[in-house]
Design a protein around this ligand. Structure first.
Ligand code: MG
Length: 163
């Protein structure tokens, strides 16, 4: 019997700095600091994309969207996510579900999670209940706990129809 499911995991971290927007899961969140990066630095969406690519052993987003390439400067990560989704669909795969965690000391992310799930679901043509987004603090420990950055972890299950 052919194996028609694949699993992938992704991790990302970005530095928090002044005068940058804080964008998580495509949602702009009011905060005095934002994430630094070549693209919009949407750490959650980056972890999800790496999980999707990893499930098919397709490398990572650095390979597909190199930071050295000026066309990705300031890129909307949801556009990159749509491209990754197209890539896996072109290979015959679909996302079954995603689960993710954002590690951030502040601000409180819980009120913004439904909007993140809705935006990610819209880009991926999924139902919001196929996309888990959780948030945790790091109990003031390490870089994320000191508010030097935010990190995100994601796992993704892909499935393929029998042909
Ligand atoms: Mg990143």
């Amino acid at each position: 019997m052919a194996i028609n499911i694949r699993i992938g995991n992704g991790y990302d971290i970005h530095r928090l700095v002044p005068e940058r927007s804080l964008i998580l899961g495509g949602v702009t969140i009011p905060h005095e600091l934002g994430l630094l990066g070549h693209s919009d630095a949407d750490v959650l969406t980056h972890a999800i994309m790496d999980a999707m690519l990893g499930a098919l052993s397709l490398g990572d987003i650095g390979l597909h969207f190199p930071p050295s390439d000026p066309q990705w400067k300031g890129a909307d990560s949801l556009n990159l996510l749509a491209q990754v989704n197209q890539l896996i669909q072109d290979k015959g795969w679909q996302v079954g579900n995603i689960d993710s965690v954002i590690v951030a000391e502040r601000p409180k992310l819980k009120p913004h999670i439904p909007a993140m799930r809705d935006r990610l679901a819209a880009v991926l043509n999924l139902m919001p209940d196929q996309i888990g987004v959780k948030a945790t603090t790091n109990e003031k420990l390490d870089a994320t706990g000191r508010e030097e950055g935010m990190a995100a972890y994601a796992v993704v299950l892909l499935h393929r129809q029998e042909r």
